[in-house]
Ligand binder design. Structure first.
Ligand code: F6P
Length: 522
């Protein structure tokens, strides 16, 4: 059984992290596909650079990265490739080139046709998780630059969501897209049933003519009743949360234009190129991953916060939560043994400056706090220069404060200006101390456009991949989600059977109690 913590490279790495200053003074900014990534406020030193390289070598990074881009079976627990890079390549690789090009063309033609017919002023998108967050994030982030259609998203199984999504739309001018890799996901299918009822009730004679599907299971979409020429395919060798680059981008093409989808792919492909070719020391996803592993496994931070200082990027938080936590929320190694260092931090966050008035108190003065990823766009899409200046100032100030902190002596000096009672001032000053030395990363986009957004998402995808390699876990499966899903199916059957006998329930007393109580209407 393998032990990461006992391996020479890990020991060298953790020692180097601990010995590196928490307030490095040398600027460390790298450029990757138009983005600038500032890692100055993460630990660094010559010894750490050397140890990081040794750890990457020990964990087989070069080989896994090659396998990722070659479409090898790197998702070893599901016996599949994870070939999302092929989907966004300008020239897709063999043997999947033809399949990818054909689907790209079909999607483009479909969008051009409905545009030419001026058809579907409204699009309702039904999907969840990886079949939802990407298109939702892209639409929200880029909608300000001009939309062709009203786009609504309904993901979860709470019918309030689908009801709100359909509310006020003209059913006769609405296209419903079911996006589901498996085409078995209960949330998306239940919402699709609602949409059929709504179309029928609105007088649409053949509701299924108003549907399109994006799936890796075209037969199931056919069985559902969707026309073959409206089924857009992707494949098993793409992970659900990495599928945005496939036909899952259909709502983006309908809502923002086909160029937006292509530009996103081009930005992601540029980041792929950087990840493949930049030297390790200047390789942004690799360096971000090394900092993340150092923060989690050596410095003991249990979570990290994502604070985009751009309100349009609000949905980047849940998108990244799924990417990071579904990919890395596990601790089983290739040989079945358990990883023996802490891994998989929780991800949380909120756009700045709301986040400052919500949880920055904790970030500054909790005993431990959490590392933060700050994101800024250099040029906004509005003309309110003062607002933008304020936004930048706040972002830079928070980072500086987290790093610098405030000592007791500084605090006392400040407090003494207003509190003339020396004893009181001495006590009060303790409350003003900020420990500082708290790590953060700053990512700057020149502008929030499709290309930059694509590059940003690919940056995080490769960061997560590299963390998976460093920890030795498979970032492409999600067995934890599957387990809960199965139990939900069983509980639903019991709820339907009205008041099933708790004596024969296989569940704990609390679950059995609530199944019985809620089945009979509370
Ligand atoms: O949440 C689990 C999951 O399997 C995700 O990985 C996936 O993105 C989501 O469910 C939706 O699955 P599907 O695209 O098959 O409907």
């Amino acid at each position: 059984m393998s032990s990461l913590s006992n391996s020479p490279a890990w020991q060298q790495f953790s020692l180097a992290v601990l010995n590196s200053p928490s307030k490095p003074d040398a600027l460390r900014v790298m450029t990757a596909a138009d983005l600038e990534i500032d890692l100055t406020m993460q630990r660094s030193s010559a010894a750490l650079t050397e140890a990081a390289q040794a750890l990457l070598t020990q964990q087989g990074f070069e080989q896994y990265r090659r396998e990722l881009f070659d479409g090898a079976t790197i998702n070893w627990t599901e016996n599949r490739a994870a070939w999302h890079t092929a989907l966004r390549a300008i020239n897709p690789p063999e043997p999947v080139a033809e399949a990818i090009t054909t689907e790209r063309l079909r999607l483009t033609r479909f969008v051009e046709e409905v545009n030419a017919r001026n058809q579907y002023r409204n699009v309702v998108h039904l999907g969840i998780g990886g079949s939802d967050w990407g298109p939702r994030l892209a639409f929200d982030s880029l909608a300000g630059q001009g939309t062709r259609r009203t786009l609504r998203f309904a993901s979860n199984v709470d019918a309030h969501a689908i009801s709100a999504a359909l509310e006020g739309l003209d059913a006769h001018d609405t296209l419903v897209i079911i996006s589901s890799k498996s085409f078995t996901t209960i949330e998306s299918l239940a919402n699709a049933a609602c949409a059929i009822d709504w179309l029928r009730a609105s007088g649409v004679p053949n509701p299924l003519d108003h549907f399109a599907a994006v799936t890796a299971n075209p037969q199931a979409a056919r069985n559902f009743g969707i026309n073959d020429d409206r089924i857009f395919q992707f494949w098993d060798w793409v992970g659900g949360r990495y599928s945005l680059w496939s036909s899952i981008g259909l709502p983006i093409a309908l809502g923002l234009g086909i160029d937006a989808l292509n530009d996103m792919r081009a930005g992601a492909a540029a980041m792929d190129e950087h990840f493949l070719s930049a030297p390790i020391e200047h390789n942004a996803p690799v360096q971000m991953a090394l900092s993340a592993v150092a923060n989690r496994s050596v410095l003991g931070y249990g979570s990290f916060a994502l604070c985009p200082y751009d309100a349009r990027l609000g949905n980047l938080v849940p998108w990244l939560q799924q990417l990071e936590m579904e990919s890395l929320g596990k601790a089983t190694l290739r040989d079945g043994s358990t990883l023996d260092v802490p891994s998989s931090p929780a991800v949380w966050g909120m756009p700045g400056t709301d986040s400052q008035h919500t949880f920055f108190q904790w970030l500054h003065q909790d005993g431990k706090g959490a590392p933060v990823d700050f994101i800024l766009c250099a040029t906004p899409d509005h003309r309110h220069t003062r607002h933008h200046r304020l936004l930048i100032a706040n972002c830079l100030a928070q980072r500086a404060a987290l790093l610098e902190g405030k000592s007791y002596e500084q605090s006392l000096k400040e407090v003494s200006k207003t509190e003339k009672n020396l004893e009181k001032a001495a006590v009060l000053a303790h409350h003003h101390v900020h420990p500082g030395g708290r790590p953060s990363t700053l990512i700057v986009l020149p502008k929030l456009e499709a290309r930059q957004l694509g590059a940003l998402l690919a940056l995080y995808e490769h960061k997560v991949f590299t963390e998976g390699v460093l920890w030795g876990i498979n970032p492409f499966d999600q067995w934890g989600v599957e387990f809960g899903k199965r139990l939900a199916g069983d509980i639903e059957r019991r709820l339907d059977a009205l008041g099933s006998d708790p004596a024969v329930s296989p569940y704990d007393p609390s679950t059995a109690y609530w199944v019985r109580k809620l089945a009979s209407g509370g």
